[in-house]
Design a protein around this ligand. Structure first.
Ligand code: PXP
Length: 251
């Protein structure tokens, strides 16, 4: 496989922390899980430091930054507090996501268009310390264009609606959502943005997404951590890696 075809796998370890926090102890340790994922072939580790610290905590970010060999992608909301934390730890990449306290997980993409001025100013100091800025967006082309205009280097396209359609076996919705992702990826690429994707991906739903050649990185969390209960984390990551590679090669 030529290197430009390579599809990176970022493993999101948030839900190891969810299990840890359920008992208020230090087990299972998300940093240990990140090391295992790294050994199993993850190209990066993603962690979402939420405002309410429901899973990943501040100390996890510090320890991940100290420990990891692969790049750390810090997911966060565009708040002043998070900007200070990111400036302190200088992760390789930052993915800005919208955050609502009541949501179970990140439900929608960021409204980049509606906050173009403020986002542009917000990301500048982060980029000045060397962080790559990714904006988590839906497939609305207006948002993709706005991401390019504010100067982000990357967009991560929300695959949640596609994965839900897959899960529910809704053929029309599956092809509609897939078309939207393909179109958004193409437009983002034409604007010079690197294209990532993620949310809700499973062994089944990853196949079509991995076969979109423009997409360079997938971020996958909940399914892999759930699957680890049955097979172990290493096996789950390796199986996802293999599924992605096969789909990428048209197998
Ligand atoms: N990408 C982003 C921006 C996310 O917010 C999440 C969820 O934290 C993911 C990817 C991973 O989603 P999932 O845990 O459903 O695989």
């Amino acid at each position: 496989m030529v290197m430009s075809d390579y599809l990176r796998l970022g493993v999101n370890i948030d839900h190891v922390a969810t299990v840890r926090n359920a008992r208020g102890s230090d087990h299972p340790d998300p940093v240990d899980a990140a090391i295992l994922a790294e050994e199993a072939g993850a190209d990066g580790i993603t962690a979402h430091l939420r405002e309410d610290r429901r899973h990943i905590r501040d100390r996890d970010i510090a320890r991940l930054k100290e420990t990891l060999k692969v790049p750390l992608n810090l997911e966060m909301a565009a708040t002043g507090e998070m900007q200070q934390i990111a400036l302190k730890h200088k992760p390789h990449a930052i993915c800005l996501v919208p955050e609502r306290r009541q949501e179970r997980t990140t439900e929608a993409g960021l409204d980049v268009f509606g906050q173009k001025e403020t986002l542009g100013e917000y990301i500048k100091p982060l980029q000045n310390t060397g962080c790559r800025i990714s904006l988590f967006v839906g497939t609305d082309l207006k948002q993709i264009r706005a991401a390019a205009e504010v100067g982000a280097q990357v967009v991560e396209i929300h695959t949640g609606p596609y994965c839900e359609a897959q899960h529910d076996g809704l053929d029309q919705a599956i092809s509609r959502e897939l078309d939207k992702i393909k179109k958004a990826a193409q437009v983002a690429h034409e604007f010079g943005l690197e294209v990532h994707a993620g949310h809700g991906l499973t062994f089944q739903s990853v196949r079509e997404i991995a076969s979109i050649g423009i997409i360079r990185e997938l971020n996958i969390g909940h399914f892999l951590i759930g699957e680890a209960i049955f097979s172990g984390l290493k096996e789950a990551v390796q199986a996802m890696r293999q599924t992605m590679d096969e789909a990428r090669n048209g197998q």
